[in-house]
Design a protein around this ligand. Structure first.
Ligand code: ADE
Ligand code: ZN
Length: 324
């Protein structure tokens, strides 16, 4: 089964590129940029990746990305993950990135975009991996700041496939970002949002009603509302579910308790992704292998999940046909 899963052409719709920063690269970039890390070794960093909840993870995630300073750093970050993913049979990645987390530290948007776009171009030209760009906004920061950053990003709108909404979900409902998402829609940008990860099922409804999103990232808590499940099923709205992430952040106690089998049996358009592979125990292949072990799924289930992902990926129609 593991070899089948490695060979299976896979598509990942939910990946935070800053969450792919492996401790080894973090140490290399810290040395290159003369930055002190709060860990004495790679092993110590890995041992610290033991989270109580989403906020506990986010604290280390924002701290870890402090080593990213130059265009080359962003390029190295992305290429490191792209090459690893490609070697594990991934053919397309829709990549979230968090400009506010870098702007706050004094890293200009131009530096972030130049590094990530160079890596995307190189991956597409040389390793047969296509990359979608999702500019994500931090829901625990002010809505006005997000609007300002979206306007500041005007030179890059043409490179964006979508905008997203991430970071601490609790007490930061989608409604807070309605203006941002209305503006993005006017600009012709597709919209996605994290909802129903730690937040309630109502946040999924809000994201659909007020933000007019095309995808729900995570969405596992939809099962708390029959009405929300019905709506997601009727519209076949894609859910980008991240099994190992949900275990690491204690959304579920263990993978065998995960509601993925129920989401599928409800007829929902489910996909699987790694979210933040450097922090949650592995990339897309590891997530596939863990699901095979926990749920006893056969090849057909994994083919279906990847078919869903291919149908929804931010790719040209020509590339989509290649992926099928
Ligand atoms: N940013 C990076 N990973 C995230 C997650 N799992 N949820 C919300 N925001 C995030
Ligand atoms: Zn995420």
């Amino acid at each position: 089964m593991n070899e089948f899963l490695r060979q299976l052409p896979k598509v990942e719709l939910h990946l935070h590129i800053e969450g792919s920063l492996e401790p080894e690269l973090m140490f290399a970039l810290a040395a290159r940029n003369g930055i002190d890390l709060p860990y004495a070794s790679v092993e110590e960093a890995k041992a610290a990746y033991d989270f109580e909840d989403l906020q506990g993870f986010l604290n280390l995630y924002y701290q870890g990305m402090n080593v990213l300073r130059t265009e080359q750093d962003f390029y190295d970050l992305a290429m490191d993950y792209f090459k690893r993913a490609r070697s594990e049979g991934v053919l397309h990645i829709d990549m979230h990135f968090d400009p506010q987390a870098h702007l706050q530290r004094g890293v200009p948007l131009e530096v972030v975009m130049a590094g990530l776009l160079r890596a995307k171009d190189e991956a597409e030209a040389s390793i047969d991996l296509t990359v979608g760009m999702i500019m994500a906004f931090l829901r625990d920061r002010p809505a006005e700041e997000a609007l300002h950053v979206l306007e500041q990003a005007a030179p890059y709108w043409k490179f964006l496939d979508a905008i997203g909404l991430d970071s601490a979900e609790r007490d930061n409902p989608p409604a807070k970002f309605q203006k941002l998402f209305v503006r993005a829609k006017k600009l012709g940008l597709v919209r996605v949002a994290h909802a129903g990860e730690e937040g309630p099922a109502e946040y999924i409804t809000e994201a659909l009603d007020l933000l007019d999103v095309q995808r729900i990232d995570h969405g596992v808590r939809c099962l708390e509302s029959d009405e929300v499940v019905k709506r997601l099923r009727d519209h076949q709205t894609v859910l980008t579910v991240c099994p190992l992430s949900n275990v690491s952040l204690k959304v579920v106690d263990q993978l065998s308790d995960h509601p993925l089998p129920q989401l599928l049996s409800e007829g929902l358009k489910v996909t699987i992704s790694s979210d933040d592979p450097a922090y949650f125990g592995g990339g897309l292949l590891e997530n596939h292998i863990a699901c095979a072990q926990a749920f006893g799924w056969e090849a057909d289930t994994f083919r279906l999940l990847n078919q869903h992902a291919i149908e929804e990926a931010f790719v040209s129609e020509g590339r989509r046909q290649e992926l099928f």
